[in-house]
Design a protein around this ligand. Structure first.
Ligand SMILES: *Cc1c(COP(=O)(O)O)cnc(C)c1O
Length: 376
C-alpha cells in the first residue's frame, strides 16, 4: 500500500499565520500581551460582544469556570459519560463529584430527558458537551437549568463554529446564557496548538477570571500588587494567540468545508455495511468529527488495523469515562450507562478535516467496504 497516510485529523495553518508567528518571536514579547488581547477581542465579537478570556487549555477554562460558578467540595455537577475525560476530571479537580447521565442514542449527547431525575440538593451545575460539534438543545438545557437554579458550563471544546438554531455557539441563548468553554487543542476545529477560551456570563467579574488564570495576582498603578484568591498558571502566550487570530479568518470556511465532506460521507458510505450514522445536520453541527458505529460484533481493534493497512487513520472518541479505573474507584460500574457503553464500544472516528479532498472521502468509504468483510 503506497498511498500517502490519511490521518483522522490535521490542522490547517496558512503561511500568513506562520509568518505572523515568526514576527511575534522576533518582537521581544512572546508570552501574554497584545496578541492575547486582540484574540480575546476577536472572539468576543464572534460571541455577540460577551466577555471572553483566553487560557492555555480548554481544561483550564472548565476548571476556572467551575471555580467562578462557586462549585467546590460537597457539590455535585451533572455531565455526560461520553466525552473527553477532561470534562469530568475538572469536577474532581475542584473537589466536587460528577453525576453522570446517560446519552441520547440518536444525538450521542447527554439525554436532556434524564437530567431532572438526576438532580440532587447538592447539585450546582450542568456541563453539557456538544460531542463531535452537534449542539445540545440550548432551549431545553436552559429551561431545565433555570427551573432548578443550576449553573451551566457549556463544554463547547468541539463546537466552535457550530450553532443552535442558527445562532453561533458562544452567543447567548434564551434569557441569558452561562459559561461557554472552548478548546484550541491541535485537533479542534480552530487551533492555537494548545489553548482555550472562556465566555463569561454577565454576573461574573472578568477581573476575578483573570486572577484565577494567573496566580491570583492583581496589579496596581503604583507598581504594587496583591493576591486575594488562589489562582493557577493558565495564561495563553502571544505565540498561541497569533495562531488563533490567523485561524479565526478561516473559521467560516473551515466549517463549510467540514459540512461538505460530511455530506459526501453520507452519500458515499455503503448502507449495506450496517454502520450506525450520526445525525445528518448540515446547518448547526460543525462536524468536528464524523463518527460511525460499527455493527455489533465487529472487532474494532482488527478493523482499525485493516484501515491502517490501507493507510487510513481512524480514532476512538471516546470510551465511556465511568469505566476508567479512576472513576470505577468512585463507585461507577459497567452497566450504569448502557447507551454510552454501547456507543463507546462501537464508535469509530473517520478522517475529516478542512484540507481533505473529496477523493479522500471516497477512499475512506472504499476502505470501509473492503475492511468490514476482511475481518468478519
Ligand atoms: C478537547 C476537549 C477538552 C479539553 O480541552 P484541552 O484544550 O485539550 O484541555 C474538554 N472537553 C472536550 C469535550 C474536549 O473535546
Amino acid at each position: 500500500m503506497s498511498q500517502t497516510f490519511l490521518p483522522f485529523t490535521r490542522p490547517s495553518i496558512d503561511e500568513e499565520t506562520i509568518a505572523s508567528v515568526a514576527d511575534v518571536l522576533r518582537s521581544g514579547w512572546i508570552t501574554s500581551g497584545p496578541k492575547v488581547q486582540a484574540f480575546e477581542a476577536t472572539l468576543s465579537a464572534y460571541c455577540g460582544g460577551r466577555p471572553v478570556r483566553v487560557f492555555n487549555s480548554g481544561t483550564a477554562t472548565l476548571e476556572v469556570a467551575l471555580r467562578l460558578a462557586g462549585v467546590g467540595a460537597g457539590d455535585t455537577v451533572i455531565t455526560t459519560p461520553l466525552t473527553w475525560v477532561a470534562t469530568a476530571n475538572v469536577i474532581l479537580e475542584v473537589g466536587a463529584a460528577p453525576i453522570l447521565v446517560d446519552v441520547d442514542p440518536v444525538t450521542r449527547n447527554i439525554d436532556l430527558g434524564r437530567i431532572e431525575a438526576a438532580i440532587r440538593p447538592d447539585t450546582k451545575a450542568i456541563i453539557p458537551v456538544d460531542l463531535a460539534g452537534l449542539p445540545v438543545d440550548r432551549d431545553r438545557l436552559y429551561a431545565i437549568a433555570g427551573k432548578h437554579n443550576l449553573r451551566v458550563i457549556e463544554d463547547a471544546a468541539q463546537s466552535l463554529g457550530a450553532s443552535w438554531n442558527g445562532t453561533p455557539v458562544g452567543n447567548s441563548f434564551g434569557n441569558g446564557s452561562d459559561f461557554v468553554s472552548f478548546s484550541f487543542h491541535a485537533n479542534k476545529n480552530l487551533t492555537t496548538a494548545e489553548g482555550g477560551a472562556l465566555v463569561l456570563p454577565a454576573d461574573i467579574d472578568p477581573g476575578l477570571c483573570e486572577r484565577l488564570r494567573l496566580q491570583g495576582v492583581q496589579r496596581f498603578a503604583d507598581g504594587g500588587m496583591d493576591v486575594d484568591v488562589l489562582g493557577g498558571k493558565f495564561n495563553m502566550t502571544d505565540i498561541a494567540a497569533t495562531i488563533g487570530l490567523g485561524q479565526m479568518k478561516h473559521l467560516t470556511a473551515f466549517t463549510a468545508r467540514r459540512r461538505e465532506l460530511a455530506r459526501r460521507y453520507f452519500a458515499a458510505i455503503d448502507p449495506a455495511l450496517g454502520l450506525g450514522l450520526p445525525v445528518a445536520d448540515f446547518n448547526d453541527c460543525n462536524w468536528h468529527m464524523f463518527q460511525v458505529l460499527l455493527p455489533a460484533g465487529t472487532d474494532r481493534g482488527k478493523f482499525i488495523n485493516a484501515m491502517k493497512e490501507k493507510s487510513i487513520g481512524v480514532g476512538v472518541h471516546y470510551p465511556p469515562l465511568h469505566l476508567f479505573s479512576l472513576y470505577r474507584a468512585l463507585g461507577f460500574r459497567g452497566g450504569d450507562f448502557p447507551e454510552a457503553e454501547r456507543i463507546g464500544a462501537a464508535t469509530l472516528t473517520l478522517p475529516l478535516f478542512p484540507s481533505m479532498q473529496d477523493s479522500d472521502v471516497d477512499r475512506v468509504c472504499s476502505a470501509l467496504t473492503a475492511s468490514l468483510p476482511e475481518i468478519a
